[in-house]
Design a protein around this ligand. Sequence first.
Ligand SMILES: [Ca+2]
Ligand SMILES: [Ca+2]
Ligand SMILES: [Ca+2]
Length: 109
Amino acid sequence: MVAECDRNDDGTLTMCEIHDCEVRIENHFREINGCNLAACPCPVPPTGCEGAWTCTMIADHVWTYIDMYDDSNDLVLTEADSLEKEHFYGLVEICDEDNSQTLDMCEIH
Ligand SMILES: [Ca+2]
Ligand SMILES: [Ca+2]
Ligand SMILES: [Ca+2]
């Protein structure tokens, strides 16, 4: 593991070296299976910024959100899902990057 993932050859693995390695392994698996590749930045904890979220926390929150509101389990929020209409339209206004009037996971993210 160390030999394979230690990018700067210092004999230790930082969090980001391990993370990059995991992403490479995951993308190797995805390539074989014809899936879209993961683009995951290293989840560096924010420093000197109280209340800031890491990318991992944001990703967790997206899943929580989808879990709570996506009744149709298609990983897309639409008018048909149980999100309050007012809240949904507010989010669409802010987050709907392709103007489809629905929110996919990446838009919520
Ligand atoms: Ca290293
Ligand atoms: Ca849905
Ligand atoms: Ca959209």
